[in-house]
Design a protein around this ligand. Structure first.
Ligand code: CDP
Length: 217
């Protein structure tokens, strides 16, 4: 039977590792919806389209580009128009560009439709993002908002990126994106029926357990 687990959370809340962990434990598919916004941002950069000055072409690309996203829990291959952007979507340059793409409503509508289609095709899936519990899959059987103190989120993102990371850039990518994304979703206020899991003082295994505990038996 279908099972959709919707997990929203801000940058560094641990939603990617949590979502993958939950999907692996329960043998579900996994879709990182942020990777779709990131892939569109990469495609736009390759085409020389600036979303801030050229929203119309931006919307056209979001509607028509071919997105191929691996939905297995232990893989994260992402192709846009046949080009492998798996690495490029994670670069700080891409993170800095993605909010400008994601705040254009017709872009969101186009990607939301694709997300719902993937969820319907897979049937049993963990969907992670920013507006999955509220907009993309409000009828999901399990809806979780993952939160954590900003200092902890910054430390986690730093650990993920390694030693030679530019701390100013890490802090910027968290704090500035919280602000830039705030028109898209509210992170502190869960919608009705959405469970809040605060990972500030939990390790990954504990967070995965907390989400799995929410799955109806
Ligand atoms: O790196 P981080 O986990 O913060 O972000 P992500 O999940 O990869 O998402 C990157 C960006 O895509 C976010 O900062 C949002 O601007 C946008 N996004 C969104 O608007 N809605 C989603 N469902 C997922 C991502």
């Amino acid at each position: 039977s279908p099972l959709v687990i919707a997990i929203d959370g801000p940058s560094g809340s641990g939603k990617s590792s949590t979502s993958r962990g939950v999907a692996a434990r329960l043998d579900l598919a996994h879709l990182d919806t942020g990777s779709m916004y990131r892939a569109v941002a990469c495609r736009l950069a390759h085409l020389g389209i600036d979303p801030k000055t050229n929203p119309l072409d931006t919307i056209e690309v979001a509607r028509t580009c071919r997105l191929e996203i691996d939905t297995s829990a232990d893989h994260d291959l992402v192709l846009v128009d046949g080009e492998d952007v798996t690495e490029e979507i994670r670069l700080p340059e891409t993170s800095a560009k993605v909010s400008a793409v994601a705040t254009i409503q017709p872009v969101r509508d186009a990607l939301t439709a694709r997300m719902r289609q993937i969820a319907a095709e897979r049937g049993r899936i963990v969907m992670e993002g920013r507006d999955i519990t509220t907009v993309v899959c409000p009828d999901a059987q399990v809806r979780v908002l993952l939160v954590a103190d900003p200092a902890v989120r910054i430390a986690r993102r730093q650990a993920e990126l390694g030693e030679n990371v530019d701390m100013a850039q890490v802090i910027d990518s968290i704090v500035r994106r919280d602000r830039d994304d705030s028109t898209v979703s509210t992170f502190e206020e869960p919608a009705d029926g959405v469970a809040v899991v605060d990972s500030t003082h939990l390790n990954l295994a504990q967070v995965i357990d907390a989400v799995i505990d929410l799955v109806p038996q």
